[in-house]
Design a protein around this ligand. Structure first.
Ligand code: PEP
Length: 249
């Protein structure tokens, strides 16, 4: 059976212990759900969030990991540490990390291998900038990122891909459903061509200014298996609306 659709929240560098109340509210409102729910908080909140979630069906993830298992890497965090703190997933290659820390496709690929070794599912992010879209390069860019960032051996169980146009992240701008379908259909074909029919089960998330008000329309697009949500994942009411739209899709 293919994995369930996935509503993933990326809290970025937001969240203190007081914000666990939002997760408690989300857990109470979603004791059962037709889709998977994932929150990727700052690493400091992973363990307390795991305690807050309790037996509710809310999965947890990290936002980055180092390629090494351990060692002299001050300020970094390993995949095994994320797992130990309660994570089952890790976001890798988010455009903010590619921009702020110069992460390359090759580094994302190596980190993905480290995540797998620790037993984490990777959510690898790809997406074009506005100037790349305007130059008509979108499919070339995302195709190259997909090829370079995913290791051999990617499966529906160990890999999720998030298509996040850089110009749509945190801007309130969203591609048209035709534009989203074009990219997702292209990515699906490339995944199947490289990994075989089983890659039909690799979840393809859309990310970039998803809100309760536009979620249903986005989830109706072909080959959209869920969303990676930034700002709207911070409040239970907003993220809950997106989860409900995905569960109904
Ligand atoms: C993100 O950062 O992954 C994201 C999609 O952000 P937002 O939903 O705020 O655009």
């Amino acid at each position: 059976m293919p994995p369930k659709k996935l509503a993933a929240g990326n809290w970025k560098m937001n969240g203190l212990k007081a914000d666990l109340a939002e997760v408690a509210a989300l857990a109470e409102a979603h004791a059962t759900t037709a889709c998977e729910i994932l929150i990727c908080p700052p690493a400091t909140l992973l363990a307390p969030m795991a305690a807050t979630v309790g037996s509710a069906p809310i999965l947890l993830g990290g936002q980055n990991c180092h390629a090494a298992e351990s060692g002299a890497h001050t300020g970094d965090i390993s995949a095994a540490m994320l797992k130990d703190a309660g994570a089952g997933y890790v976001i890798l290659g988010h455009s903010e990390r590619r921009a702020d820390h110069g992460e390359t496709d090759a580094e994302v690929r190596i980190k993905t291998g480290a995540a797998w070794t620790a037993g984490l599912t990777a959510i690898v992010c790809i997406g074009e900038t506005l100037s790349q879209r305007e130059a008509g390069e979108t499919l070339d860019i995302v195709g190259g990122q997909l090829d370079g960032s995913l290791p051999d051996g990617s499966t529906a169980e160990n890999m999720v891909v998030a298509y996040e146009p850089v110009w749509a992240i945190g801007t309130g701008k969203v591609p048209t459903t035709v534009q989203i379908a074009e990219v997702h259909d292209f990515l699906r074909a490339q995944l199947v061509s490289r990994f075989g029919d089983a890659a039909n089960g690799i979840r393809l998330l859309y990310g970039g200014s998803v809100k309760p008000s536009n979620a249903a329309e986005i989830f109706a697009v072909s080959n959209v298996d869920g969303a990676l949500v930034g700002g709207a994942s911070l409040k239970a009411a907003d993220f809950g609306g997106i989860i409900d739209a995905l569960a109904a899709a």
